[in-house]
Design a protein around this ligand. Sequence first.
Ligand code: ADP
Ligand code: TYD
Length: 188
Amino acid sequence: MYIVIEGIDTAGKSTQLDILANKYKDAVFTKEPGGTKIGSKLRQMVLGGEAKSKLAEMFLFLADRAEHMQEIVNKNKNKIVISDRSMISGIAYAKHLPLDDVIKLNLLATENTLPSHVILLKLSKEELKKRLSLKEHDSIESRGIDYLIDIQNRMEETIKKLNLNYIFIDASLSIEKISKNIEDFLNE
Ligand SMILES: Nc1ncnc2c1ncn2[C@@H]1O[C@H](COP(=O)(O)OP(=O)(O)O)[C@@H](O)[C@H]1O
Ligand SMILES: Cc1cn([C@H]2C[C@H](O)[C@@H](COP(=O)(O)OP(=O)(O)O)O2)c(=O)[nH]c1=O
């Protein structure tokens, strides 16, 4: 199983991953960007906002993704792998490029491996505003509310287009309800 949890910043991914970590003690928990040795360097570079070119930024994420796929996901095929973000973020955040082109680049980076289960936590604009106001922003988050809602829509579109096995969950439900929905989905 290769399970990914997706959602824009503050959707509640880390909160649900903490709960999953208690339930799936033998699973491999990982993240993009930054799940590998070189990935942690790429993460620092990309989230620090050093890249002036949007294309350069996307290729840094793609380099991270290729290494992560080979070293973490593919090397643990006999285990449950649960990842904070995936190619779905990669495709959705590369908003300046046509969806089909970015999908092709991402499939190249992942050697066509797709997640077996996708959990998308979806925020309303109002809830997103509330949550962002409580948080210190990195260079990507500080691009704004409408930007992030657009990304969320692109995540939905990507998941449907790739024909993935998914659940969309209202991220403003209680933490317990969300966790129950996730559990039911993974046990289907
Ligand atoms: N279901 C929820 N209802 C209300 N607040 C939540 C919920 N899930 C998470 N939060 C809060 O929202 C903020 C962002 O959650 P977090 O899990 O860090 O999101 P992400 O990892 O997606 O950025 C945190 O302050 C967290 O406590
Ligand atoms: C995986 C990925 C993330 N991102 C963005 C989404 C986030 O704003 C940021 C890093 O995500 P994340 O690790 O969720 O940050 P945080 O620790 O602050 O929750 O990078 C992309 O732009 N492209 C990508 O391919």
